[in-house]
Design a protein around this ligand. Structure first.
Ligand SMILES: [Zn+2]
Length: 308
């Protein structure tokens, strides 16, 4: 949809207020929640619904249609083959009753997602053998891959808790599920913002480490979390080992160290500050981060940075 341009609406340039004193540079702003740090930025209230069908293929169709009905996606049937194709490369049943079918495609301009709930459970052939009750379907352009990863990382963390899963299972209605998820998401975001013990050790550069490692690290992180929650099955161990072999040694070592230091080694950058430590990223560094194709870390707290 093309936005209609308002003709002649350009405002006259304001005269520069030269007399005003420069504001002091902002340092460590008070821990204020970024707009991106709420569930609504990823998943709106209307985007949770109860699934009618119970088979993987029909569910994916049903969910794409839901996105179209919500006005979030046009010609939803066009994406079916892409989602199924992605599914054939690797089953997106990521364990703990959650599946994350998705398609990265530049035929959409923005990130769109919907959560389907099946109280009876679906046989999704997840690696942990658990039936899937929650299906998060997302369609997004390549440039929003990190936003997607962030959502998935958050959901995986929530679902790794048996207690949280039980609360969601008992909820019964989309509205109630939304309420619980919004609370869990807030808790998750608060956990990111917890101060890291700063021993001011030098943060080394991960320059040259491919950004695809970030995908793998976020997945590894959610598996570790499942493991910490007591899911110590052989299949989890095997999956962890498999992922570790795929990750560059430097980023893996760095991740392992950060994991000991803080609850959540990932943070979001929005409007130039790090969601982990709330400190402003210097503009020159920010520019480098945006241009880099590799992994970047916060120069203050050392967390892996995700730009939204
Ligand atoms: Zn930081």
């Amino acid at each position: 949809m093309a936005k209609t341009k308002k003709p002649y609406s350009r405002k006259p340039a304001k005269p520069a207020a030269k007399t005003k004193a420069k504001p002091a540079p902002r340092k460590a702003p008070k821990a204020k929640a970024l707009p991106s740090m709420s569930l609504e930025n990823y998943l709106g209230k209307t985007q949770i619904f109860m699934l009618k069908t119970r088979e993987k293929q029909t569910i994916i169709k049903e969910m794409l249609q839901k996105l179209e009905k919500l006005g979030k996606l046009e010609h939803s049937d066009r994406y079916y083959a892409q989602v199924i194709h992605r599914e054939s490369l690797e089953n997106t049943g990521i364990g703990a009753g959650l599946a994350i079918p998705h398609a990265r495609t530049d035929s959409v301009a923005t990130f769109t997602t919907v959560l389907g709930v099946s109280p009876e459970g679906i046989d999704y052939q997840s690696y942990d053998g658990m039936p899937v009750r929650y299906v998060l379907l997302s369609i997004f352009p390549t440039e929003m891959s990190t936003k997607y990863l962030y959502l998935v990382g958050m959901m995986a963390r929530i679902f790794s808790s048996a207690q949280k899963r039980a609360q969601l299972d008992e909820a019964g209605t989309p509205a109630k599920i939304y309420q619980i998820l919004a609370k869990d998401a807030k808790e998750y975001f608060d956990s990111i913002s917890q101060k890291t013990e700063q021993k001011t050790e030098k943060i080394e550069s991960l320059a040259g480490v491919p950004s695809s490692d970030l995908d793998l690290l976020i997945r590894l992180d959610s598996l570790y979390h499942l493991f910490d929650e007591g899911n110590t099955s052989d299949s989890i161990n095997a999956k962890i080992d498999q992922l570790k072999r795929l990750i560059d040694n430097r980023s893996l070592t760095y991740y392992e160290r950060m994991r000991k230091k803080c609850q959540n080694p990932f943070s979001i950058i929005e409007k130039s500050s790090c969601s982990g430590c709330h400190l402003e990223i210097p503009p020159i560094y920010l520019k480098q981060i945006k241009e880099s194709k590799g992994i970047s870390v916060c120069s203050h707290c050392g967390r892996f940075l995700i730009i939204i």
